[in-house]
Design a protein around this ligand. Structure first.
Ligand code: TNX
Length: 518
């Protein structure tokens, strides 16, 4: 055994090429301000420690998270302890004092000298974002799941950084094809490298209901029992959902749960006959059509149902938003749609949450609800429904289907994906400005950006990886970086250097020919 072991070690040490150092600023999303200290580098040493703001449990959590990221590839112990007197220690320090005032609630300041790495922020979220930058400034091999030789060099200098938009998200449609909690968690790990901070989960649709609701158990036992194509489907128990929420929170990701209504509700209608206007439950549905189902607007039990669902969902959700869908309600009359939304929006407010919905809810006949957020999914540069909602005070999350819909194919040879929003190559996903994209929607009304991944054709985890990467990093940069830094050539070069990193993270990404992968 000893002999075998030493042979293995010998092979590892002789074949591994030294890790290549990054340049400060080789970061996606590109930081607000980068001041390299040329000639200065920091090298993480075997005895280095991680020091976190004394007395802050959230900072200690970020320290533990960082140690978890760095230990497998470095093989170092990287003990996490409180920073004595708030001063940087011999290694990496995460401090909640002394950051440049411009960093705000989610930004950070990163200082790399030959003696130490110091990340300063106002919040643990800011420290977490600084840690993502540090990960990217370490050689790609830092993402390896087995020990590599390093050297673990970080370029010297200062980065001061903060996000352009508060909401930077992506969506997984776990209704059309279900994804187990483990897959969702791995996706959260990956999106957080790019400082995305919201994961919208589309938890119900015609083909499946994916979250347990105690008051209406057949939603999952029956309504969750299949999916597009007729597979077994699945659903999250409350404990599993809460586990996802907590896992996401540790990675600065807020879960935005969506129950789509009054359309896209066949799974619920199939589970409970009394929710149907004619009192007859339809069969479960495994196709991909839209617009054929509706909750029964005149029936009182509809609102008992919605209130039960929203109340239980709110109790599982620490985040501020409940997404109520509202899209493509082609089987609900416009009058019924308004009646329904005007009753349901106050039910959301009564749970203490803020309404989020697809832009369809912005229609004139639906009243404004305090702080509500409409999610733009159209393909044009002006939309009367959205500008109407904005004129009443709504905020907008930008998900234009011809730019940000990552369920679209990249090009004609993409093996999965849809095409109704057009082909979306990486450059197309990158080349638009969320702050000016829609007439009548000034940047001040834009809460942020989200890249939805609908799953009619998305079955496996590899499918998620192929469609999300590398378009998600493009959308993440639109959400984080100031428009003044927007530059396709700069972006494609920085992204190209992420190929090895993504591969080491186990991501089966699309090797777009637009990107100079290195
Ligand atoms: C439209 S976009 C839908 C979804 C589909 C998607 C496919 C939106 C709000 N609704 O029901 O899954 O297109 O791209």
């Amino acid at each position: 055994l000893l002999l075998t072991l030493s042979t293995v070690i010998a092979v590892v040490t002789t074949t591994a090429t030294p890790a290549q150092a990054a340049a400060l600023g080789d970061v996606v999303p590109v930081p607000v301000s980068v001041q390299p200290a040329s000639g200065t580098t920091y090298t993480l040493a075997p005895g280095a420690g991680i020091f976190t703001q004394a007395g802050s449990a959230p900072a200690a959590d970020v320290g533990a998270y960082l140690a978890d990221r760095l230990r497998p590839s470095t093989g170092y112990a990287l003990p996490v302890s409180a920073a004595a007197g708030g001063t940087p220690g011999d290694g990496i320090s995460l401090l909640l004092t002394g950051a440049d005032a411009s960093v705000g609630p989610e930004g950070y300041q990163l200082d790399v000298t030959s003696g130490a790495v110091v990340i300063r922020a106002q919040t643990a979220a800011g420290l977490f974002n600084g840690v993502q930058t540090l990960r990217q400034l370490l050689p790609a091999e830092i993402e390896s799941s087995s020990v590599r030789p390093g050297p673990w060099v970080v370029p010297g200098g200062r980065i001061v950084d903060h996000p352009r938009f508060a909401y930077r998200g992506t969506m997984l449609d776990v209704a059309r094809h279900f994804q187990p909690a483990d897959v969702v968690k791995r996706h959260i790990d990956r999106i957080s490298l790019y400082k995305l901070n919201h994961l919208h989960l589309h938890l119900s649709d015609d083909q499946g209901w994916r979250i347990a609701i105690d008051a209406w158990p057949r939603l999952t036992t029956h309504g969750g029992s299949t999916q597009v194509g007729g597979g077994p489907g699945g659903y999250y128990t409350k404990a599993q959902f809460q586990d996802i929420v907590a896992y996401a929170a540790r990675r600065n990701v807020t879960i935005v749960p969506e129950i789509d209504m009054p359309g896209h509700t066949n799974a619920a209608l199939a589970s409970y006959a009394e929710l149907n206007c004619n009192g007859v439950a339809p069969p479960l549905y495994t196709g991909t059509a839209v617009g054929f189902s509706s909750l029964c607007v005149p029936k009182e039990i509809t609102y008992t149902f919605v209130q039960d669902v929203l109340t239980e969902l709110a109790a599982l959700t620490p985040g501020p938003y409940l997404h109520i869908g509202g899209d493509e309600a082609a089987s609900t009359s416009p009058a019924d749609y308004a009646t329904f939304m005007n009753r349901v929006q106050p039910l959301v407010a009564a749970t203490g949450k803020t309404v989020m919905g697809w832009d369809d809810i912005g229609t004139q006949a639906v009243q404004h609800s305090p702080n509500r957020v409409v999610q733009y999914w159209g393909t044009s540069n002006s939309d009367a429904t959205v500008s109407n909602a904005v004129s009443q005070g709504a905020k907008v999350v930008m998900s234009p289907a011809n730019k940000a819909y990552i369920d679209m194919k990249y090009n004609a040879s993409t093996p999965i994906g849809l095409t109704w929003g057009g082909y979306i190559e990486v450059q197309t996903a990158y080349e638009w400005n969320p702050g000016t994209h829609l007439n009548g929607v000034p940047a001040s009304s834009v809460l942020g950006v989200e890249a939805p991944l609908w799953s009619e054709t998305v079955v496996t985890e590899e499918h998620i990886e192929l469609l999300a990467f590398p378009r998600l990093p493009a959308i993440a940069e639109l959400g984080w970086s100031p428009w003044s830094t927007h530059d396709w050539n700069g972006f494609r070069t920085r992204l190209g250097a992420h190929g090895a990193r993504l591969a080491l993270m186990g991501i089966d990404f699309y090797r777009s020919s637009q990107i100079p992968w290195t």
